[in-house]
Design a protein around this ligand. Structure first.
Ligand SMILES: NC(=O)c1ccc[n+]([C@@H]2O[C@H](COP(=O)([O-])OP(=O)(O)OC[C@H]3O[C@@H](n4cnc5c(N)ncnc54)[C@H](OP(=O)(O)O)[C@@H]3O)[C@@H](O)[C@H]2O)c1
Length: 252
């Protein structure tokens, strides 16, 4: 079996209706995994499932609003219905409200921390018993440049992404001995709905590209290798790591 082969594995990808999660779902599916795609927008999920079917992929849509964290046990149970127990969780659902200090409310703070930090832990914990019983699992969180850098209007988002980096290490410490490796990918700037305000500003985009060592911002295809790697046997001895997928932005 190839080190990167995901045949026989079942993945749940949150935030799979668009952007980074959607691309990661495609990457895992093309490596052989059966993938459950989670998001709120049923139509986008259905369109993605149909598009991946043309590539021969085995995927299913799960329309859920993760703002309702009381549902996570039910979400985990529903995720296992199409293909069986989940082996690989990618926590890619996220929100960046970009609020100035005075605009932040308790509600907007809670919304950001809940989706970006609380849900990744509690959803993973719901999936843990099945992973433990197989003695194998993979949890991939999505961190950010803001896990280690401060950006304007990034208070709640930065707090959530700093938190997810540390949560990744703590999950790895708690669960890796059971065969469940936990890592995070920290992307630089990628063209998605979340970064639309940045991508509307060509001067800003050029500046950000210039801050990388490679000299360009991210492309969604850049996610494929790292996503398959962290989901597969190729990364068996890697856990608790935050891997920067940023063209060297944080190296400079
Ligand atoms: N783009 C970048 O440059 C970049 C850089 C660093 C980190 N990230 C991180 O990457 C992750 C994905 O973001 P993206 O850039 O791909 O943006 P995006 O295209 O806006 O994707 C966000 C995803 O989260 C889902 N989502 C949002 N709220 C949800 C909710 N309440 N319940 C369920 N799903 C929800 C959205 O689906 P629905 O709208 O269908 O619910 C969508 O699929 C986020 O964690 C983000 O912080 C992105």
């Amino acid at each position: 079996m190839s080190l990167f082969d995901l045949n026989g594995k079942v993945a749940l990808v949150t935030g799979a209706s668009s952007g980074i999660g959607q691309r990661q779902a495609q990457a895992l599916a093309t490596a052989g995994a059966s993938v459950v795609l989670l998001g709120r927008r049923q139509q986008q999920l259905d369109d993605t499932v149909a598009q991946l079917a043309t590539l021969g992929a085995s995927t299913a849509a799960l329309a859920v609003d993760l703002d309702d964290r009381e549902q996570l046990a039910e979400v985990a149970a529903r995720a296992a219905l199409p293909f069986g127990a989940i082996d690989i969780l990618i926590n890619a659902a996220g929100v960046n409200l970009r609020q100035a200090v005075d605009e932040i409310t308790l509600e907007s703070w809670d919304q950001t921390i809940n989706l970006n930090l609380t849900v990744p832990f509690f959803l993973a914990r719901e999936l843990l018993p099945a992973m433990r019983s197989k003695g194998w699992g993979r949890i991939i969180n999505i961190a950010s440049l803001q896990s280690s850098r401060a950006f304007a209007n990034g208070l709640a988002y930065g707090a959530s992404k700093g938190g997810i980096a540390q949560l990744t290490r703590a999950m790895a410490e708690a669960w890796s001995a059971d065969g469940i490796n936990c890592n995070a990918i920290a992307p630089g700037f990628f063209p998605t709905g979340l970064t639309a305000p940045v991508y509307q500003n060509p001067v800003m985009l050029d500046k950000l590209a210039g801050q990388t060592a490679i000299g360009r911002n991210g492309e969604l295809a850049d996610l494929d290798g790292i996503s398959i790697f962290l989901a597969s046997a190729a990364s068996d001895y890697i856990t608790g790591q935050v891997i920067h997928l940023d063209g060297g932005f944080t190296a400079k």
